[in-house]
Design a protein around this ligand. Structure first.
Ligand code: PLP
Length: 365
């Protein structure tokens, strides 16, 4: 395995566990039990049905979701969910859905919802440059909203909610793309959760949706089948040719989380250690590394920061790349530096980055 994979700090696609990469490499030759390369296995085979069943069971078990949730593997990325959600639940409504605008990605969901029906922005961080998340006192949710939509972890700004938002009598819908399966939580309090794979779960091409059956029952009926959650659920995620390879890797990653890591509490402990290392490096740098996010809202998945000026940032990124670190440039919309610490990134990698940062700072001063 190429050692650079262990030092992949990209915002996505992110680092995958070395043991998973090893299995993927073997599966390119022959997927165990399939007798063929994973790239040539039929999506209609019993073998693949078992892969989907295990991936579903693993996600359900890890999130602690009961039988009245369906676990779907869809295509179109998280972006398609920005549309599928309002197409299914907002079209024709006179009541506005509640949306939070807490950063770049929740901002991408908003106009897609507005195409379908009325939307109310409960809170926007635009005025503060998306430097922080709202407090409970700033949030006033509507009792009659068809649903509430928010993003649990803003990947670009490095802001993460550490609580569940909204009212229990309004369906909660959450884009968890960048912190899915990173920690235990009250996932049963959500009516629909979606997350694309390319952060914590595997390669791009598949998006996991966990949806409560009761929510599906009330959905718009005349959508194209491909965009209809119920049609996808009825087809057990094989409505058309699914991304077999991507779903296989999701199965391997969720198996790794279950067996090698030991579940989400153990994963969370590791993720907290990595984030603590990085944030300590920022806080102990005499202002050389300046975190973007307000302390209370710091993400454990994406650590976004700036250096004293753009030239120093460029030098940092160049030297980091030369030292073997990948993917540290901030999102193109904000620049700066971003260290993403997804599940597959090991503590040792975070420690190596901190060591590099300390060396760079001392050399620069
Ligand atoms: N939501 C979040 C939180 C993201 O981080 C991203 C992309 O990074 C998206 C949505 C868009 O995802 P996709 O490219 O899969 O459509």
């Amino acid at each position: 395995i190429n050692p650079r994979n262990a030092l992949n700090f990209s915002g996505g696609p992110g680092a995958l566990a070395q043991s998973v990469l090893q299995q993927v490499q073997e599966a390119i030759q022959e997927a165990p039990g399939a007798g063929l390369s994973i790239l040539g296995v039929s999506h209609r085979s019993d073998w693949f049905a078992a892969v989907v069943a295990e991936a579903e069971a693993n996600v359900r078990m890890l999130l602690g979701l009961p039988a009245d949730y369906r676990i779907l593997f869809l295509q179109g990325g998280a972006t398609q969910q920005f549309s599928m959600v309002p197409m299914s639940l907002l079209s024709g409504s006179t009541l506005a859905a509640d949306y939070l605008h807490t950063g770049y990605w929740s901002g991408k969901a908003l106009p897609e919802a507005r195409r379908e029906g009325p939307v109310r922005t409960v809170w926007s961080g635009a005025d503060c440059g998306f430097a922080r998340l709202p407090t409970d006192a700033e949030l006033d949710f509507a009792a009659d909203a068809p649903y509430l939509h928010y993003v649990s972890n803003e990947t670009v700004e490095g802001l993460q909610f550490d609580r569940v938002l909204g009212r229990d009598d309004v369906p909660r819908i959450c884009d968890m793309s960048s912190d899915f399966l990173s920690a235990p939580g009250d996932y049963e309090r959500f009516a629909l959760i979606y997350a694309h794979a390319q952060k914590n779960l595997g390669p791009a091409g598949v998006t996991v949706v966990a949806v409560k059956e009761a929510l599906m029952a009330g959905m718009q009926r005349d959508l194209p089948g491909f965009l209809d959650y119920r049609a996808q659920a009825d087809a057990h995620s094989i409505y058309n040719t699914p991304p077999v390879f991507a779903i296989y890797v999701v199965m391997l990653v969720t198996r790794w989380l279950r067996d090698d890591i030991g579940g989400l509490a153990a994963m969370d402990a590791i993720n907290r250690k990595k984030a603590a290392l990085l944030y300590r490096a920022l806080d102990d740098s005499d202002g050389f590394y300046r975190g973007r996010a307000a302390r209370a809202d710091r993400s454990r998945m994406n650590v976004a920061f700036n250096l004293p000026d753009a030239a120093t940032e460029r030098a940092f990124l160049q030297q980091a790349e030369a030292a073997g670190f990948s993917g540290l440039a901030g999102h193109r919309s904000v620049g700066g530096v971003r260290a993403s610490l997804y599940n597959g990134l090991e503590i040792e990698a975070a420690a190596k980055l901190v060591e590099f940062m300390e060396g760079f700072r001392l050399q620069w001063r």
